[in-house]
Ligand binder design. Structure first.
Ligand SMILES: Nc1ncnc2c1ncn2[C@@H]1O[C@H](COP(=O)(O)OP(=O)(O)O)[C@@H](O)[C@H]1O
Ligand SMILES: [Mg+2]
Length: 479
């Protein structure tokens, strides 16, 4: 009953407007400042938010990320990268603001959720002066880059904050609704951050001390043209093993086999996020089942001739799955590549790499299995973890909130937020990959992480401007 009373979305705007008018003297809709708690100093008007949110959003493609060329960029290319970023970001931010407003009022008025809402208002207000006219001087570009850095910083803590907010509201919203909102929101956030981070990375690699150094031949901003999963697994293993040692006093081992030399063009930040989360799960299960003498095994396989489009592979991976992303919902347009864009969709031989992460941690029980893709679902118990570390016993009164307050819920906690699997899947799917979990209860778990290289070498060679340089360098290196 309470849930329905606070649900604004179900009522047509006209009806809500009448009700509002008859029950209070306030104008409708409430001023943006009334929605946020504490009141925000954002300057963006409601009309502007509506206007921007109504603009069609187009998908982010690989071509978008590489079209300005390989750094160091000349001034003109840097300006065009800034203007391009500005052409996509405001409507995406406005759309997120609207999605937050569409949540039941009791949720959006929660201090944590409202903090995130304020962050979006703040970011859009900061961008407003920039998108009003094209950026045509390096000075403006510098100021804009500062605004991008501010945006990335402001939104860096979104996940634990939203997690805390939704946990506090769990009595008022169905878990399925939370998962649906978070899935859409966090997937959209992947694109928004990618846009901002790509401009920042291009700027950093094209200005200051960076131009005095020899350009990095394999990086185009945040994209590594020769990312090697085996190296990334080793890096993440080091980090996760440290977290385990700190938390449990044990450090499981890991072996890598298969195609260790496989490499492809991808975004290392995304790969690191996913692999860290999957290794945390595997290590935690291994330790908690008392099986740490059994190494976690990572097998790498590469299949060079996968021919599919991103949308096709996404649908194949999850559309019929009970807990999966709903492809009919709004937002897909900004999430998926455009199939008509020769660079955006993965029509031609984009290399596909699969990692199988195999642990002997006892597997996942039948009652746990259906929940593993829900945001906030966890079987982690902080007290039990402490008990393992101390060789003693812990109480079982832990829940997500206590984990959040005990660990700070950054990536350095071993588990407990329940975001690892669903968010990793969102990252993997962003460029047409996916994650599948196969549990053998009583024995262990296999997790298959499929990753589509975001371009084939052929595509990279043919990428608009900038890549000829890469080829030249390669040739010169051989001579
Ligand atoms: N390799 C694994 N072995 C056993 N259980 C697992 C494994 N991976 C995931 N799980 C189960 O799925 C749940 C959700 O995982 P995740 O989304 O990463 O959240 P968290 O790690 O914070 O609990 C875990 O709490 C655990 O019960
Ligand atoms: Mg986890």
């Amino acid at each position: 009953m309470l849930k329905c009373a606070f649900r604004r979305r179900a009522l047509p705007a006209r009806v809500v407007q009448q009700r509002w008018a008859t029950t209070t003297q306030q104008p409708f809709p409430p001023d943006i400042n009334e929605w946020s708690h504490p009141p925000t100093n954002a300057t963006i008007s409601d009309e502007e938010i509506y206007r921007l949110a109504a603009k069609p959003r187009r998908p982010l493609t690989l071509a978008d990320l590489v079209k300005h060329g390989k750094p160091p960029l000349r001034d003109a290319a840097l300006l065009s990268s800034a203007n391009f970023t500005l052409s996509l970001l405001p409507s995406r931010l406005a759309h997120r603001i609207q999605a937050l407003r569409n949540l039941p009022f009791i949720v959006v008025s929660n201090p944590n959720v409202s903090k995130i809402y304020n962050n979006y208002l703040h970011s859009l207000s900061t961008l407003e002066p920039f998108y009003r006219k094209p950026i045509d001087s390096i000075e403006d570009e510098m100021n804009f880059t500062e605004a991008m850095a501010d945006l990335v910083r402001t939104h860096s803590n979104t996940i634990p904050t939203l997690a805390q907010g939704f946990l506090q509201c769990r009595k008022y919203v169905e878990p399925a609704e939370v998962t649906r909102f978070l899935d859409q929101h966090l997937r959209a956030r992947i694109g928004t951050r990618l846009l901002a981070e790509q401009h920042l990375a291009l700027h950093m690699a094209s200005t200051g001390d960076a131009i005095k150094q020899k350009p990095d031949p394999t990086h185009v901003g945040v994209i590594d043209l020769a990312a090697r999963p085996a190296d990334i697994v080793r890096r993440c293993e080091g980090f996760v093993a440290e977290v385990c040692e700190y938390k449990y006093g044990v450090r499981p081992s890991l072996v890598i086999n298969g195609d260790k030399a496989a490499e492809f063009a991808h975004i290392p930040m995304h790969l690191e996020y996913i692999i860290t989360e999957l290794l945390k799960n595997a290590f935690r299960a291994t330790i908690e089942s008392g099986n740490e003498k059994e190494a976690v095994e990572v097998t790498i396989a590469s299949a060079p001739d996968v021919s599919t489009t991103k949308l096709e592979s996404l649908k194949k991976l999850s559309v019929n799955n009970e807990n999966s992303y709903d492809f009919s919902q709004e937002g897909l347009d900004e999430y998926c590549s455009d199939p008509d864009d020769p660079m955006g969709s993965l029509h031609s031989a984009a290399p596909c790499i699969t990692l199988r992460i195999r642990d002997r941690g006892g597997g996942i029980s039948a009652e746990t299995l259906p929940n593993i893709w829900s945001y906030s679902f966890t079987t982690f118990n902080n007290e039990e973890a402490a008990a393992i570390a101390n060789g003693g016993y812990g109480s079982d009164d832990s829940d997500g909130l206590s984990v959040l307050s005990n660990t700070g819920a950054d990536q350095s906690s071993i588990a407990g937020l329940g975001y690892g699997l669903p968010l990793s899947r969102a990252y993997a799917e962003y460029f047409g990959g996916g994650i599948a979990v196969q549990s053998m209860y009583g024995w262990g778990t296999d997790v298959y992480l499929t990753l589509q290289g975001i371009a084939s070498t052929q595509q990279i060679r043919e990428a608009p401007n900038g890549f000829e340089e890469l080829e030249m360098e390669k040739k010169q290196g051989k001579e």
